[in-house]
Design a protein around this ligand. Structure first.
Ligand code: ATP
Ligand code: MG
Ligand code: MG
Ligand code: MG
Length: 469
């Protein structure tokens, strides 16, 4: 039975309300947490509770959390199931219910409320977690051969850092039946990486504390942390393989088709570009709505990279003029009722995107032309560091894009050589007395659109170490 993603979101939240959970609004994408660049999961706002540093006001909470995962940026458009921006549904227990309720309710929601066919759902457990295995087998009644046992690389969470809470997890995979990419479809299971089985739901049982010696002791307060991807569940319910073919993206993609004069679903390469633009429009709108501006470091760098990557894919589709604001406006239309922050900041978002797009379009044409000429004449399969650096330094051409274009032509870039030139340049910048660091984090919040237009492009810096998520 077809349901819209908005219906699914609401059904999830009200289902867990009916199980005595307190419904809370999404926390910001910019977390109150020095270790993280963005909120990457529904549990992030509750970290102090998980770490035992704060007492919970409610012991049962349910949320739909906006998330950004920069580590998935290269997956966008290449897999059916990854975006940089997505919504994570969650139910949390802080020292309240534990494994049995968390598993039974997940099943009840998927099969009773959403009417997913039971035989298409495959749970996985950590191979030593007999307790979770028995719950799936005896209480839920899933046939034993459909319960996967995985090692720590799949079904274990934490500790984040040297010490902290951790524990086994249990995930639920949906069988899409999509076997086109499977090398051995008669033996396919969630252990296969062909993409047929999509992970839709993850329940983490935080029950241990890992100390300095790596010794686990049971936590006094055991917690449940669930993350279920709204777009992936929607794809399963709407009977489409890709998240991008759900109603989450349909208006946005229609808008892209219209503005960029392309057709979706006719050419794989073009579809990748369309998906990148659709995803990045969502990410950009939400990031800017929280006061982040394009810059050359930290969150601002991620934002700049996202906007420029979208524009570059527009360019690949033959678009020479500005287009990105039209797409972002569609995101605001679609999502502004659930997330009023993007509606309230619409003018601001438009202004920032317009400024960044103007600036980038100026450099893009020149850089691509230059790079294509280099590739045409190249005699090796690697683009040397000085060329990558020159493109970046003189033309403001992002090294990510150089790398992507190189890969499209079966070439690589000399990363070490590029780093060397970068470091030399940084050294020069440091010794240049009075040189202005215009993009320091605090300042970034104060600068507005006009200021951004005046600032000169100063090149790309590496992501700060906090970007590892
Ligand atoms: P995958 O293995 O597919 O990359 P994950 O194990 O990294 O997913 P979790 O960290 O367990 O994902 O997050 C919980 C849930 O959030 C996942 O089960 C999935 O439904 C959803 N999710 C995770 N990453 C993404 C993404 N990049 N885009 C959309 N949904 C996602
Ligand atoms: Mg992942
Ligand atoms: Mg996974
Ligand atoms: Mg997972």
């Amino acid at each position: 039975e077809w349901m819209s993603y908005k219906d699914i979101r609401e059904k999830f939240l009200s289902f867990f309300e009916s199980k005595s959970h307190k419904r809370l609004a999404s926390s910001p994408l910019v977390p109150n947490d020095p270790q993280l660049m963005f909120t990457v999961a529904g549990m992030v706002p509750f970290k102090p509770i998980f770490w035992g540093k704060m007492e919970p006001t409610y012991t049962r909470i349910t949320t739909c959390q906006k998330c950004i995962r920069t580590n998935d940026i290269d997956n966008v458009g290449r897999t059916a199931r990854h975006q940089t921006f997505f919504e994570m549904l969650g139910n949390f227990s802080f020292g309240d219910y534990f494994k049995e309720e968390a598993i039974v309710w997940a099943w009840e929601f998927l099969t009773d409320v959403l009417h997913m066919p039971e035989d298409k759902l495959w749970p996985s457990v950590y191979l030593e977690d007999d307790e979770a295995f028995k719950i799936w087998k005896d209480i839920v009644g899933v046939p034993e051969d459909r319960i996967m046992k995985f090692d720590k690389s799949e079904n274990w969470w934490g500790p984040v850092g040297p010490t902290g809470p951790c524990g086994p997890s249990s995930e639920i995979y949906f069988d899409t039946g999509y076997t086109n990419n499977c090398p051995d479809s008669s033996n396919c299971s969630p252990a296969c990486e062909c993409g047929r089985f999509v992970e839709i739901w993850n329940i983490v049982f935080t029950e241990f504390y890992a100390d300095e010696n790596g010794t686990f002791s049971p936590l006094q307060r055991k917690n449940i942390d669930t993350g279920a991807g709204l777009e992936r569940i929607t794809a399963a319910i709407q009977n489409v393989y890709s998240n991008f073919d759900t109603d989450v993206f349909s208006n946005i993609i229609k808008k892209i088709e219209k503005v960029l004069k392309v057709n979706y679903g006719q050419d794989d390469k073009k579809d990748v570009s369309i998906k990148v633009i659709a995803d990045h429009a969502r990410a950009a709108a939400f990031i800017i709505s929280e006061g982040i501006l394009p810059s050359n470091e930290g969150r601002g760098y991620v934002l700049r990279r996202i906007i420029r990557r979208a524009i570059r894919h527009g360019n690949l589709l033959g678009m020479k003029d500005k287009f990105f604001n039209d797409i972002v406006d569609q995101v605001i239309l679609d999502m502004g009722s659930f997330y009023p922050e993007i509606k309230d900041k619409k003018d601001f978002i438009d202004k920032i995107i317009d400024a960044e797009e103007t600036r980038f379009l100026e450099t893009l044409d020149k850089g691509i032309e230059k790079l294509n000429n280099i590739i045409k004449d190249i005699k090796t399969d690697i683009i040397s560091g000085d060329i990558v650096f020159e493109l970046y330094d003189t033309y403001g051409f992002p090294v990510d894009i150089t790398r992507e274009i190189a890969e499209d032509n079966s070439l690589s870039i000399d990363e070490d050589g590029f780093d060397m030139f970068m470091n030399e340049q940084k050294e020069r910048a440091r010794s240049a007395a009075g040189s202005k660091e215009y993009d320091s984090k605090n300042e970034a919040y104060k600068i507005v659109g006009e200021e951004l237009l005046r600032t000169n492009f100063e090149g790309y810096d590496k992501l700060s170490s906090s970007s590892k998520v």
